[in-house]
Ligand binder design. Structure first.
Ligand code: GUN
Ligand code: ZN
Length: 491
C-alpha cells in the first residue's frame, strides 16, 4: 500500500482525512462524495459539479467507455479529464457492476487497467466479483478467491502513478469480509472499496451493512482509505462514516431524479407527494413542488438531481463538522431516528462499540445522552474498562448519585450511563455528559454494569450504592454484596 491517506481527526471510527491522488495532482478531503458520471447521459455536468458543488472527485465507468462506439476513440485521444471537462480526481470502475447485473463481461483485469491508465484515470479498478448478499458459502469463497487473484494481477501490471482500488468482497460472511480486508491490504494496492453492498442498501438492510463494513475494517489497517461502493443515499452517510468509510459514490442522485424521487437525510419522497420542499438549497428555495411538477421531464430531472446533490454534499459537510466538534454519534443517532432501518443500523454499529473505541478521541464536545442506545456508546465502554485501573482507597466506599457522606472511607460519584468514578474525574470527558432528567432503563443498567465491574475487582472492599430510585432491571445487575440506599426513600 502506498502512503496516500492521512487522518486528521477521528470520532468513533469516522475520520476527517486527506487522500492524495498523485496522478491528478490533487488532495481530496474526506469523507468525500464521488458523483457517478454516465459518460453518455449526464443531467448535471462534471464542470457544474466542480464549480457549483465543489466536487473534488468523481467516478465513471471505464467499461462503458471501452465498449462505446462513439466515446472510445475520443477518450483514448483526449483523455478522461478533457473529455469530461473535470480537473479533480477521476476514479474509474471496471465493469464489475455490469458483471453482477448481466452475468458476463468481455474484458480482463489486465486489459481494463491498461485502458484506464491510458485514458488518464487517477484511481483504477480491477475486475472484482461482487458476490451478492446471502450467496452460499461456497460461492462466496470461490468468488472471493477469484477477486483475490485479480488483485494480485492488478498489483503486477504497470499502472504508473495511477492508484488502484482493491475491492473487499465476501458477501454477508463477516469472517470472509475480514479475511478479504487483510488480503486486500497485503496486495500493495491503494484504496479499499467494500463491494457488493448495493443490494443490501436497496433492501434497507443497514444492520447487516454495518456488520459487513465493521468486519472489512477489522481486516484492514487503520490507515487504509475505505470506499463504500455504490452508497449514494445521504440518510446512511453518517452511519457509514462512523464505521470508518471515507469515500461514497452516488449514482442515486441521478437515478432517483429520473423517476421523480427527492432525497432527504431521513428518507426518500416522491415529488407528487410533496406540498412543501423541506430544504433550503437553491432549487428548493426558488421553486415549489407544484412548479417543479409542471416542468418538462428533462428540466424536472435536472432540478431534482441538483437538489439530490445539494442534500448529499450538505450532509457530508454536516458530518465533517460533527467529526471536528466530536458529536458524530449524536448525528448518527439523529439520523437513526428518521427511519426504523437506520435505527437497526445504529444498533448494529453499537454492537461494535469496542472496535470504535480504539480510535475514538479521549476528549470531545459534551456527551449527549439521547436514548437507551447512548448507553452502549464507545465512551461508556471505555469508562467501564478504565474502572479496572482505578482503585478506591479504604475499606468502605460509598458510590452515590447524591452527596458525599462522612461515614465512609471514600465517596465516589455515580452517573448513568457510565457508572462510578472518583470525584476528581467529574470535570473530564465524558463525565461532563448532559443527561435528561427522565432517564431510560438502559442508562441505569449500564451504570449498574459499571458498579459491578468495580465491585468485582475489589473483593476486600465494602460498597454501598446510593441511587436515585433505579429501576429493578438495573438493581438486578448490582452484585448482592453491595448495600443499597434509595435516595428517594424506600428500601
Ligand atoms: N459498484 C458497486 N458495487 C461494486 C462492486 O462490488 N465492485 C465494483 N467494481 N463496482 C461496484
Ligand atoms: Zn433542495
Amino acid at each position: 500500500m502506498t502512503d496516500v491517506f492521512e487522518v486528521d481527526r477521528y470520532d468513533a471510527a469516522g475520520r476527517l482525512g486527506e487522500l492524495e491522488v498523485p496522478r491528478a495532482g490533487v488532495t481530496v478531503e474526506t469523507p468525500a462524495l464521488l458523483p457517478v458520471i454516465n459518460p453518455h447521459l449526464q443531467t448535471v455536468t462534471p464542470a457544474q459539479l466542480e464549480s457549483e458543488f465543489g466536487a473534488e472527485i468523481l467516478i465513471t465507468n471505464s467499461y462503458v467507455l471501452y465498449g462505446s462506439e462513439d466515446l472510445r476513440e475520443p477518450v483514448e485521444e483526449q483523455g478522461l479529464h478533457d473529455l469530461l471537462d473535470f480537473s479533480g480526481a477521476i476514479v474509474t470502475d471496471s465493469g464489475s457492476f455490469q458483471l453482477a447485473e448481466y452475468g458476463e463481461i468481455d474484458v480482463t483485469t489486465e486489459e481494463i487497467l491498461d485502458f484506464q491508465r491510458r485514458i488518464g484515470s487517477d484511481i483504477g479498478t480491477p475486475v472484482d466479483i461482487p458476490t451478492p448478499p446471502d450467496a452460499s458459502r461456497e460461492q462466496a469463497e470461490d468468488e472471493l478467491g477469484t477477486t483475490q487473484d485479480r488483485l494480485a494481477t492488478a498489483a503486477e501490471v504497470e499502472t504508473g502513478d495511477m492508484l488502484v482500488n482493491a475491492p473487499v468482497q465476501g458477501s454477508t460472511y463477516t469472517d470472509l469480509r475480514e479475511e478479504a480486508g487483510a488480503h486486500a491490504a497485503e496486495s500493495g494496492l491503494d484504496v479499499f472499496p467494500v463491494g457488493a453492498v448495493v443490494p443490501m442498501m436497496n433492501e434497507y438492510r443497514y444492520a447487516e451493512l454495518a456488520d459487513v463494513v465493521a468486519a472489512a475494517k477489522r481486516g484492514l489497517p487503520e490507515s487504509a482509505p475505505v470506499h463504500l461502493f455504490g452508497a449514494g443515499h445521504p440518510m446512511m452517510f453518517a452511519l457509514a462514516v462512523a464505521l470508518g468509510c471515507d469515500l461514497f459514490d452516488s449514482a442515486a442522485y441521478a437515478i432517483y431524479a429520473r423517476d421523480d424521487r427527492y432525497m432527504t437525510v431521513r428518507t426518500t419522497e416522491h415529488l407528487e407527494d410533496l406540498d412543501y420542499f423541506p430544504c433550503s438549497c437553491p432549487v428548493c428555495t426558488s421553486h415549489t413542488p407544484a412548479e417543479v411538477r409542471s416542468l418538462g421531464a428533462d428540466e424536472r430531472e435536472r432540478l431534482l438531481a441538483e437538489h439530490n446533490l445539494h442534500v448529499s454534499y450538505g450532509e457530508l459537510r454536516t458530518i465533517k463538522q460533527a467529526i471536528r466538534r466530536g458529536d458524530l454519534l449524536e448525528l448518527v443517532e439523529a439520523r437513526a431516528r428518521g427511519h426504523p432501518a437506520m435505527l437497526d443500523g445504529y444498533r448494529a454499529l453499537l454492537d461494535h462499540a469496542a472496535q470504535l473505541e480504539e480510535t475514538d478521541p479521549v476528549s470531545k464536545d459534551t456527551f449527549f445522552h439521547l436514548s437507551g442506545e447512548s448507553a452502549r456508546r464507545p465512551e461508556v465502554v471505555r469508562h467501564r474498562q478504565r474502572l479496572d485501573r482505578l482503585d478506591p482507597r479504604g475499606d468502605s466506599v460509598l458510590l452515590t448519585e447524591g452527596d458525599a457522606h462522612e461515614d465512609f472511607d471514600e465517596c465516589w460519584n455515580v452517573l448513568p450511563p457510565f457508572g462510578p468514578f472518583p470525584r476528581e474525574l467529574a470535570d473530564g470527558y465524558p463525565l461532563t455528559a448532559e443527561v435528561p432528567e427522565r432517564l431510560d432503563a438502559p442508562a441505569y443498567e449500564a451504570a449498574a454494569a459499571g458498579v459491578a465491574r468495580l465491585v468485582d475487582a475489589h473483593s476486600d472492599t465494602e460498597f454501598t450504592l446510593a441511587h436515585d430510585d433505579w429501576p429493578a432491571s438495573a438493581l438486578a445487575g448490582v452484585p448482592d454484596r453491595v448495600d443499597l440506599w434509595n435516595l428517594r426513600g424506600g428500601e
